[in-house]
Design a protein around this ligand. Structure first.
Ligand code: PLP
Length: 368
C-alpha cells in the first residue's frame, strides 16, 4: 500500500492579534534557542522557578513570581492559593472547598470570555464565583456589598480590551478587598507592557500570558506577594499538577524577558506606528474603503488599523471580505467581531513588511 499524502497545515498570516486558535505569537531566534537548549537537558525545576521568580519580579517590580502552564490555569491555581495558603491538607482537599472561605467576588463586566469564561477557570479550583453590579456598571459600593455578604477568599478583576463595562478604579477596589482582609487578583493576560503599573495598584497577584506580546512559549506568569506565590507553587502537588510549567517554557520566558528589557520601547512604538500609517495610507486608496488608526483602548503602546467598508461603493461587504481573506492562500486572519457593522480590524504588531504587502494586494484584488 502506498502512503497517503498528508494534509499540510494551512499557511496563514495572522493580523488578528494574540489569538490562541492560530498559535498566539511568533518567538524570536533567541527564545527558540533557549527552548531548544532546555529540551536537551535536565534541571532542578524548583531552581528554575526560583530563578524565574527573581527575573520576573525585577521585570515587574514585585516581591515574587512563578510560572504556570498559561493564564487560564494561572487563574485556577491563584484562586486555589487564596483558599488554601500552603496548608497541605487544604491543597489535597481541592476541588472540595467546603471547609474554606471559597467565594470569589468578580465585577459582573469582568467575566470575560477568552475562549473559556473566566468564571469556569475560577470554578475549576472548587471556588464559587459571585458577581458584583451588572454588565453595565459595578461601583465600589457594589463590590463592598458582595465582599461583606459572603465568606470571600478574594476579589478577581480583569484588565483587558474584552471588558465592555466602564473602567473600575483598581486601586480603590483593591483597598476595599484589603480592608476585609482578602487578597485581590488581576487577570491581565495581554497586558505585559503595563505590568509595573498593574503591580503598583497593590494587587496581591497579577496574571500575564507570556506567549502573547512577550512571545515566549505558552506560559502564565503569576506575579505578586511572596506568601501567595508560594501558595500557588504549592498547588503543584494538588490540582495544579496538570497546570504546571515545563522546563522549556520557563527558560523561554526568561529569554523573552531578557529581550524585552533590552527593547527601546519608544523606538519600537514608532516603528509600529510607521507600519500602521503605511497600511492606512495604502488602504485608503482602495475603492469603498476608509482606513484609520485606533489606539489600544487599555493603554498598550500600539495602535490597530480599522477598515470601514462602505457597502455602496465597495464590491463586497466587511463580513464577506473577512471570509474571503480567510479562505484564500495564504489564509489571512483579521479581527472580524464588528464585521456586521462594516468594520474590520487588523493588528500589525507581529506582521512583517512582506506580509503587509500580501494583505494589501489581496484586499485590492478583492475590491478592484
Ligand atoms: C488570553 C487571555 C486569557 C487566557 O490566557 P492563556 O494564557 O491563553 O490561558 C485569560 N484572560 C484574558 C483576559 C486573556 O486575554
Amino acid at each position: 500500500m502506498g502512503t497517503q499524502p498528508r494534509k499540510l497545515p494551512t499557511k496563514l498570516i495572522n493580523a488578528k492579534g494574540t489569538f490562541t486558535p492560530v498559535g498566539v505569537s511568533r518567538s524570536s531566534n533567541e527564545v527558540c534557542s533557549a527552548v531548544s537548549e532546555a529540551l536537551r537537558n535536565y534541571f532542578v525545576i524548583d531552581e528554575l522557578q526560583d530563578l524565574a521568580s527573581e527575573t520576573i519580579s525585577s521585570f515587574a517590580g514585585s516581591e515574587a513570581a512563578t510560572v504556570t502552564h498559561c493564564t487560564a490555569s494561572g487563574i485556577t491555581v491563584s484562586i486555589a492559593a487564596t483558599m488554601t495558603g500552603t496548608n497541605p491538607d487544604r491543597i489535597a482537599a481541592l476541588p472540595d472547598s467546603s471547609a474554606m472561605a471559597n467565594v470569589v467576588v468578580i465585577p459582573a463586566g469582568h467575566n470575560v470570555n477568552y475562549g473559556q469564561s473566566l468564571v469556569q477557570a475560577v470554578r475549576l479550583s472548587g471556588a464559587n464565583p459571585v458577581f458584583a453590579g451588572d454588565d453595565a456598571l459595578c461601583t465600589l459600593d457594589d463590590l463592598e456589598q458582595q465582599i461583606s455578604n459572603h465568606d470571600s477568599c478574594c476579589l478577581l478583576l480583569t484588565s483587558s480590551k474584552l471588558v465592555q463595562s466602564p473602567p473600575i478604579d483598581f486601586a480603590g477596589a483593591i483597598e476595599i478587598a484589603h480592608s476585609y482582609g482578602i487578597p485581590a487578583v488581576i487577570d491581565a493576560a495581554a497586558q505585559d507592557f503595563r505590568i509595573r503599573e498593574l503591580v503598583r495598584t497593590n494587587a496581591d497577584l497579577v496574571l500575564i500570558s507570556a506567549q502573547k506580546y512577550l512571545a515566549s512559549p505558552t506560559a502564565g506568569l503569576v506575579i505578586g506577594r511572596r506568601n501567595l506565590v508560594d501558595a500557588v507553587r504549592a498547588q503543584e502537588n494538588g490540582i495544579g499538577r496538570g497546570m504546571k510549567a515545563t522546563k522549556e517554557s520557563i527558560l523561554g520566558v526568561l529569554a523573552a524577558i531578557e529581550e524585552r528589557e533590552k527593547l527601546d520601547i519608544l523606538e519600537w512604538q514608532s516603528s509600529q506606528d510607521r507600519k500602521t500609517s503605511y497600511f492606512v495610507e495604502r488602504a485608503n486608496m482602495l475603492p469603498g474603503m476608509r482606513a484609520s488608526v485606533e489606539r489600544d483602548p487599555t493603554g498598550l503602546p500600539f495602535s490597530r488599523v480599522v477598515l470601514n467598508v462602505s457597502s455602496e461603493k465597495a464590491t463586497l461587504d466587511a463580513t464577506t471580505m473577512a471570509a474571503q481573506l480567510k479562505a484564500g492562500s495564504p489564509s489571512i486572519w483579521v479581527m472580524d467581531q464588528n464585521a456586521g457593522e462594516g468594520e474590520i480590524g487588523l493588528e500589525l504588531v507581529q506582521v512583517t513588511k512582506s506580509e503587509i504587502e500580501t494583505i494589501l494586494s489581496r484586499l485590492s484584488a478583492l475590491l478592484l
